[in-house]
Design a protein around this ligand. Structure first.
Ligand code: DCP
Length: 704
C-alpha cells in the first residue's frame, strides 16, 4: 500500500535510469550481428515460439509487442530474430542479465547515491553532485554543452514555434535568471547525459533517463522518450504533467486502487485528484493512502533514494503450466532440488563477492486441486531460517513443501512422499532467500556464529523425518495466509568458554584469520549475550553450516586438516588469551568460511528449526511481494481449474493483461523482485485488498 513520505524542503536532483529493451541489448551484445535488427527475447518455454519478454525498438515498429508469442511476432514481422533466454537446469538463467545490470549500476554509482530498483532500473540522487557543479562550474557559464545534453526533452519548453530544439535546451541550461531548483536540474541534465554516455562506452548499452526533483517524477519522465533519451521535469511543469496523466499510468495506481479511483471516484487523470480534500481521500482510502494520493496529485514525493546496489533477495522459480503441472512429490522434489541448487550458487556468490548472508528461506507454490470444492484455497507460502549449503537448502525447501502440502490437501500426517496424489497439481515453484545483510563487522556477532556452531554440536539430534512430522503437527490448521509451523526451540548447551573454544577451533583454516575477527571483545562475553540478538543467534548456525556448504570442495583434505588446525589453534589461542584481538574485516571472515570443515556442518544440520508463515514474518519489501505471490497463486489456480467459480477474478485478470500488455502467466516467479517496479506494482496492487477506511487525521501545515 502506498505510504506518504513528506517531501524534504531542499530541492533534490533525482534521476531514474531505465535500460532500453534490456534483455535484447544483452543478447545483441553477445551477437553483435543482431544490432539494429528486429529482435526479441523469448521465454525458455517454446510453446508457440515462446512468450516474448523483451522486444527491440526496431521490432516494435512492426507492431511486435511483449504480450505476443514468437509465432505471432513472426506473423507481424517475418524477419524478426527470436533469441531464447539462456537455460540452465531446465529453466531460465537470468544471471547474464543480472550481471549486465550490475555493470551499469557500478558506473552510475560513481556520481551519486544509487538504488538498484530492478534488474534494469536505477534511481540516482545527484543532489550533491549538482550542488557541487553549481558552485564550481555553473552551467550558465559553460561555453560548450555536450550534444547528448542538448538532446534532452525539457517538459514545458515550448518547441512548437519552429525554433531549434537544441538551441532552446541550450538557452534553458544557460539561463541566469533561473531559480535555484532549475539551476540544479540543469546540472542534473549535464551529469546524466555524461553518465549515459559513459554507460554506452563501457557496456555498449543505451538507456533512457528521467530527471526531476523526486523519484516519482523522475520515474514518470524516464519512460516518456525512449530509447536512448532523457526527459527533464522542471518544477514549473509538474502540474501540467500530472493534470493530463492517466491515473493508471502512475506508479502504484495500475491495479485495484487505480481502478477504484476511476470507478468509485470518477478520477481519470492524476490532476482530477486535486478536487478532493486530503480528509476526503483519507476517509475513502485510509490515512496513509489518502495522504499519499493527496501528495501525488501535487507532485509531492519524499521517498529517498536508498543507496542500495545489491538485490534485496534472491529467488529461483519455475512454472509448470497446463499439462506440465507436477503431480507427484518426487517430481516436485526433483525440481526443488534444481531451484535450490541455483539459489545456493547465487547465495554463495553473494557471500563471496559482497560479504552478505541471507537469513530466510521461503517457498512459494501455486497449486490446484481438481477434486475439491474449496478451489480457492491457496497453497501456503512457508519460510524458515536459511542454512547455507545446497543439500541443506534442498532439504529445508522440501520440508517446507511437505508441510505446505499437508496443510493444502488437509491430510495431516498422511503419507505423501513419492506417492501420487491425483487430486493436486503444482503449477509453480519458487524458492527465495531474503533478509540479506552484510556480514557483521563487529566481533561479537561473529563470535556468536562460532558459539552457535558449538551449540549445534550439543544440540539434540533430530531425524529429518521427525522434523517433518513436527512441522506438520504444529501447523495451525486453517490459517492459509499465515501458516506457521513452530518447531521446538533449539536445545542449546552453553558449556562454557573452554568447550566453546574447542568446538570452534575446527572451523579455522588459519589461526590468524580467526583471531582477526574477534576484535574488541572478550571471549567470555558471548555466552552471556545468548538472548540479546535473536536474529543473529537464530541464523548463525545456518551461516556456519551453510557457508561451509558453499565450499564443499576438498572435503576429505579439510577433514584431515581439521584436527591439525584444532590443536594448533588451541595452543596459539592459549598464548593469546586475555589479549584484545585485532579485526581485519570481512575478508578474513570469508577466508574463515572458506577454511571451514564441511563435516562440521552436518552436525549443525540437525538443529531444530522454526518454520514460519511468510506473509506475517518477512520484512524489507519482501513481505508484500511474498503476499502478492501467494495471492497470485489464487488467481492462477482459478484460471487453471476450469471448475473454479471465480469468474470475477478471471475477468479482472484479463483486464489487467490488456492494460499492461504483457502476460502475467509468463512471469517467472523468481524474477518478480527484479522486474521493473510497475510490473511488480501491478501484481501487488492488483491483488491487494482495498484498504478499509480509517480514522481521519487533519493535515497540519505543510513542512514546506
Ligand atoms: N521482463 C521479463 N518478463 C516480463 C517483463 C520484463 O522477464 N514480463 C524482463 C525483460 C526486459 C526486462 O525485464 O528486458 C526489463 O523490462 P522493461 O519493462 O524495462 O522493458 P524493456 O527494458 O525490455 O523495454 P523498455 O525499453 O520499454 O524499458
Amino acid at each position: 500500500m502506498p505510504v506518504a513520505k513528506p517531501e524534504s524542503c531542499d530541492s533534490r536532483v533525482i534521476a531514474h535510469i531505465d535500460m532500453d529493451c534490456f534483455y535484447v541489448q544483452v543478447e545483441q551484445r553477445k551477437q553483435p550481428q543482431l544490432r539494429g535488427l528486429p529482435t526479441a527475447v523469448v521465454q525458455y518455454n517454446e510453446w508457440k515460439g515462446g512468450a516474448l519478454i523483451a522486444v527491440s525498438y526496431e521490432a516494435r515498429k512492426f507492431g511486435v509487442k511483449r504480450s505476443m508469442r514468437g509465432e505471432e511476432a513472426k506473423e507481424v514481422c517475418p524477419q524478426i530474430h527470436l533469441v531464447q533466454v539462456p537455460v540452465a537446469r531446465g529453466k531460465a538463467d537470468l544471471n547474464g542479465y543480472r550481471n549486465a545490470g550490475s555493470e551499469v549500476v557500478s558506473i552510475l554509482a560513481r556520481r551519486g547515491r544509487c538504488e538498484r530498483a530492478s534488474i534494469d532500473e536505477v534511481y540516482l540522487d545527484l543532489t550533491d553532485a549538482a550542488e557541487t557543479m553549481l558552485a564550481e562550474a555553473p552551467p550558465q557559464h559553460l561555453e560548450a554543452i555536450d550534444e547528448e545534453a542538448l538532446k534532452s526533452h525539457i517538459l514545458g519548453l515550448n518547441n512548437e514555434d519552429g525554433s531549434d530544439v537544441k538551441e532552446n535546451v541550450r538557452n534553458w541550461i544557460h539561463r541566469c535568471n533561473a531559480d535555484h531548483r532549475d539551476k540544479l536540474l540543469a546540472c542534473g541534465i549535464l551529469i546524466v547525459a555524461e553518465l549515459r554516455m559513459q554507460v554506452l562506452k563501457e557496456t555498449e548499452f543505451t538507456c533512457s533517463a528521467g530527471i526531476a526533483h523526486n523519484k516519482m517524477l523522475a520515474k514518470l519522465a524516464s519512460g516518456m522518450n525512449k530509447p536512448a533519451q532523457q526527459t527533464v521535469v522542471p518544477f514549473s511543469s509538474v502540474q501540467g504533467l500530472l493534470n493530463s496523466l492517466p491515473i493508471r499510468k502512475m506508479k502504484q495506481l495500475g491495479g485495484k486502487l487505480g481502478m477504484s479511483l476511476q470507478i468509485d471516484m470518477g478520477v481519470n487523470t492524476v490532476g482530477d485528484l486535486l478536487q478532493f480534500s486530503e480528509e476526503k481521500l483519507q476517509e475513502r482510502y485510509g490515512l496513509n493512502t489518502g495522504t499519499w494520493l493527496w501528495n501525488i496529485a501535487r507532485g509531492i514525493n519524499g521517498e529517498a533514494v536508498e543507496g542500495r546496489l545489491l538485490p534485496k533477495s534472491h529467488g529461483s522459480g519455475k512454472t509448470f503450466p497446463g499439462p506440465r503441472a507436477l503431480k507427484t512429490v518426487s517430481a516436485v522434489q526433483h525440481w526443488l532440488n534444481q531451484l535450490c541448487e541455483e539459489l545456493s550458487e547465487r547465495l554463495c556468490s553473494d557471500l563471496d563477492q559482497n560479504k552478505r548472508i541471507a537469513h530466510t528461506l521461503t517457498l512459494h507454490v501455486r497449486a490446484y486441486k481438481s477434486s475439491d470444492s474449496d478451489s480457492q484455497k491457496k497453497f501456503p507460502s512457508k519460510s524458515c531460517p536459511l542454512r547455507y549449503g545446497t543439500a541443506k537448502i534442498q532439504e529445508d525447501a522440501f520440508n517446507l513443501f511437505q508441510a505446505g502440502l499437508r496443510e493444502y490437501i488437509g491430510l495431516y500426517g498422511g503419507k505423501s512422499e513419492g506417492s501420487h496424489y491425483s487430486g493436486w497439481g503444482i503449477t509453480s515453484l519458487s524458492v527465495s532467500a531474503s533478509k540479506i545483510v552484510p556480514i557483521p563487522s563487529g566481533t561479537c556477532s561473529i563470535a556468536k556464529y562460532f558459539h552457535w556452531q558449538t551449540s549445534s554440536h550439543f544440540s539434540s539430534i533430530q531425524s529429518p523425518e521427525n522434523l517433518r512430522m513436527d512441522a506438520t503437527h504444529l501447523s495451525p490448521p486453517g490459517n492459509e495466509s499465515y501458516s506457521e509451523v513452530n518447531l521446538p526451540e533449539p536445545k542449546i548447551d552453553f558449556s562454557g568458554e573452554e568447550s566453546w573454544i574447542e568446538d570452534t577451533i575446527p572451523g579455522l583454516g588459519l589461526q590468524e584469520q580467526k583471531i582477526n575477527v574477534w576484535k574488541d571483545e572478550d571471549l567470555a562475553c558471548f555466552p552471556s549475550k545468548k538472548k540479546e540478538d535473536g536474529l543473529t543467534e537464530d541464523t548463525s548456525p545456518l551461516l556456519l553450516s551453510g557457508t561451509q556448504g558453499c565450499l564443499e570442495q576438498n572435503q576429505n583434505k579439510q577433514q584431515r586438516e581439521f584436527s591439525k588446525d584444532e590443536s594448533r589453534f588451541k595452543s596459539e589461542y592459549r598464548e593469546q588469551k586475555g589479549t584484545r584481538l585485532k579485526n581485519k574485516g570481512t575478508s578474513s571472515i570469508l577466508k574463515f568460511f572458506k577454511s571451514c570443515n564441511p563435516s562440521g556442518a552436518s552436525l549443525s544440520q540437525e538443529h531444530d528449526r522454526t518454520v514460519q508463515g511468510t506473509d506475517a514474518q518477512l520484512t524489507n519489501g519482501f513481505q508484500s511481494r511474498g503476499h502478492s505471490l501467494a495471492e497470485l497463486n489464487e488467481v492462477e489456480v482459478a484460471e487453471e481449474n476450469e471448475r473454479s467459480s471465480c469468474s470475477y477474478i478471471r475477468d479482472q485478470d484479463e483486464r489487467r493483461r490488456e492494460a499492461w500488455s504483457y502476460n502475467i502467466d509468463e512471469i517467472d516467479p523468481s524474477v518478480i523482485d527484479e522486474l521493473p517496479t510497475e510490473i511488480q506494482d501491478e501484481i501487488q496492487a492488483w491483488l491487494q485488498p482495498r484498504k478499509r477506511p480509517n480514522n481521519i487525521v487533519k493535515r497540519g501545515p505543510k513542512a514546506c
